[in-house]
Design a protein around this ligand. Sequence first.
Ligand SMILES: NC(=O)C1=CN([C@@H]2O[C@H](COP(=O)(O)OP(=O)(O)OC[C@H]3O[C@@H](n4cnc5c(N)ncnc54)[C@H](OP(=O)(O)O)[C@@H]3O)[C@@H](O)[C@H]2O)[C@@H](O)CC1
Ligand SMILES: Nc1ncnc2c1ncn2[C@@H]1O[C@H](COP(=O)(O)OP(=O)(O)O)[C@@H](O)[C@H]1O
Ligand SMILES: [K+]
Length: 519
Amino acid sequence: MKLFSAKQLKEADQATEKNEGITSIDLMERAAGQAFEWIDAQLKGQQVPIYIFCGIGNNGGDGLALGRLLLNKKYDVHSFVVNYSENRSKCFLINYDRYKNTSKEWPKLLKSVDDFPDIPANALVVDAIFGIGLNRPLDQWVKQLVIHINQSKTFTIAIDVPSGMFVDSATPDLEAVIEASVTLTFQAPKLPFFLPETARFSNSIQVLNIGLDGNYLAETPTKAKLITKPDVQKMYQPRDKFSHKGTFGHALIVGGSYGKMGAVTLAVKACLRAGAGKTTTYIPESGYTILQTAVPEAMVIAAQESKHLVDFSVSNEYEAIAIGVGLGTDVKTMKGFKKFLETNKTQLVLDADALNLLAQDKELLKLLPKNCVLTPHPGELERLVGKWKNDFDKLKKTVSLSKSIDGVVVIKGAYTITVYHDQYYINSTGNPGMATAGSGDVLTGIITGLIVQGYDVLTAAVFGVYLHGSTGDLAAQQTGYNSLIAGDLIDFLGDGFIHLFRSDNVPQETAGNNRKNSN
Ligand SMILES: NC(=O)C1=CN([C@@H]2O[C@H](COP(=O)(O)OP(=O)(O)OC[C@H]3O[C@@H](n4cnc5c(N)ncnc54)[C@H](OP(=O)(O)O)[C@@H]3O)[C@@H](O)[C@H]2O)[C@@H](O)CC1
Ligand SMILES: Nc1ncnc2c1ncn2[C@@H]1O[C@H](COP(=O)(O)OP(=O)(O)O)[C@@H](O)[C@H]1O
Ligand SMILES: [K+]
């Protein structure tokens, strides 16, 4: 799903008006109508005081149109115009008049802190103060209004965007943003809904299709995409009946150190479960028995050194090498790692301590082969690119890194973002249960397993991240968040694949039948 910029949405707006022969006021009525339908479907006529705060631009126009529709359906509506500027939009003014013709109680004008209404605890608040047109920090008194609404702790519905949130750049003041309970966003979600600093404001996101011009939406490329099930279904490569293990490649996992062999165990199991034809691990000698016992399906090459890898001389028979899990950052390991990079020609996935070694000597980045995959969590990323000022700056720095190595960088976390040059692929699966030691090692194994089967590196990263998260979601249904451990992600990976092609909305009857059959 494409995430459009504010400028693109305004262009889509104009394309729709031109191609459908409608005006912006018609489009506003459509948007407000969709918001009304959604709210009416939840309330079903239930009478609660509805407090609508409207700005003076088109977001405010949406708010007034919504207010009129709710009044027509006999809801208890109280509207306020937040008069932060005299520069009112045309569509706002039209809806202001329409509202006044509908209601005896006209919208109250708010011009300063003294005008703020008390908000009853049982009120439903609608935030239509600012939308995608916000382009500078809020005036002090408008910020106070946002704080006043947030402090009311009432259920708050943001129209299009929580007011105060910037769409295409960093939000300058995180105290001046509406904390929405639900965000009714038009046509497509906005990038900051998925970034760590701002995601908490938009909460439950409902995308309302207001029918913007289909051609414009299809043909306009976006920097950011939200990766959902239909996107990854297209990525899956079915297996041929006459395929054999040689068809699906040979992966090498290089890593482990004394006390950290588990990381390699998790990565190699995940790699196998992702579908690699063959896997080999290259580990310090002390891990030999551990690996052979824990993963009989994997081959093991034990290095001479007992506790840390020093010599990384590996053959070139592998389709991909994952390096770094449990590796450690011993001085001798660093030397061997450098020597390895100087001669290696195989596709690489670099994680954990391999990233820390790269951060210790950034010159090593120049030795990476084209199209490698780096999978840093935010701490590892910071060591590689330096401190960032905000989420947008983090993305900019990651884009520079991706371009400089001509490879893929996966920023792990909630809504993992895979960055390739200046494209962002935002993952929609996963849960806080996955914040547990070793779950990153599993991801490394999955991505490597996909690469050796023939997925290109970008697809392997985007698809692998999605699968890892959806597997975590399936596992959590059985384990709950607290009890999920990294090994569960391996156990459920098969379910993750199977669910790729299962409908999410299993009808009750079918679910019942399944239960009956399994009894
Ligand atoms: N295709 C679509 O997407 C559709 C969009 N629709 C709706 O329109 C919304 C966008 O409306 P919008 O462009 O009028 O901007 P909005 O957010 O109401 O802001 C109002 C104005 O405030 C100003 N301003 C900015 N910052 C400020 C500040 N800090 N303090 C004071 N003033 C500030 C700035 O004007 P300026 O002063 O810069 O000239 C800005 O223009 C969109 O979110 C959606 O709800 C739907 O109706 C139909 C389909
Ligand atoms: N709150 C969360 N929501 C979704 N995914 C998460 C969350 N927390 C962690 N994860 C995922 O779990 C993995 C953790 O990786 P990492 O920090 O490298 O763990 P480790 O080094 O212990 O293996 C990443 O893929 C990350 O995206
Ligand atoms: K809003």
